[in-house]
Design a protein around this ligand. Structure first.
Ligand code: ADP
Ligand code: MG
Length: 157
């Protein structure tokens, strides 16, 4: 599978998608989110959280730090790199421990990771398609994530 696209109508549908995906993830997995402000990245993270039994109201984009940690079935490491200026800042927090560790990592504005972006990851490209419509395009990098997305797609279609 190359890409799998799905259109959502309203934030609840985006939350539901995240929740279904989370149930297919395990510790060490990485999900990278790409898309402009307001396309639903944080909303999707709320869905991931609820799929890991973390109350979605706890999920907020970290504004003064680069990452929030939520404790669920496994930890969820929520990065938001919107305000990142240099890669040194993510190096300084020891990001590898979170990206390849005991939890699931999700990164908003993953394009800002530049060369630090993991080779193997799930990419999700989000875009505006009207007032309450958003297009989510899922693209795996690496064989494990091709399998994850195959099984995700099977549920969603
Ligand atoms: P981002 O993190 O990409 O900046 P947010 O998830 O914080 O975006 O905000 C998305 C906004 O768009 C929220 O106010 C949400 O209610 C609204 N919205 C409307 N339709 C959708 C949809 N289909 N999916 C996700 N969010 C939606
Ligand atoms: Mg956000």
């Amino acid at each position: 599978m190359r890409t799998f696209k799905i259109m959502t109508s309203g934030q609840q549908e985006t939350v539901a998608l995240g929740s279904v995906l989370a149930r297919r993830l395990r510790a060490g997995d990485v999900v990278c989110l790409f898309g402009d402000l307001g396309t639903g990245k944080t909303t999707f993270v709320k869905g991931l959280a609820s799929g890991l039994r973390i109350p979605s109201r706890r999920v907020h984009s970290p504004s003064f730090v680069l990452m929030n940690i939520y404790q669920g079935r496994v930890p969820l490491y929520h990065f938001d790199l919107y305000r990142l200026d240099t890669l040194e800042e993510i190096r300084a927090i020891g990001y590898e421990e979170f990206l390849y560790g005991d939890g699931i990592a999700v990164v908003e504005w993953a394009d800002k990771m530049g060369t630090l972006i993991p080779d193997e990851r799930i990419n999700v490209f989000l875009s505006h398609r009207g007032e309450d419509k958003r297009l989510l395009e899922f693209k795996p990098s690496g064989s494990r994530y091709r399998e994850v997305l195959e099984s995700f797609k099977a549920v969603k279609t």
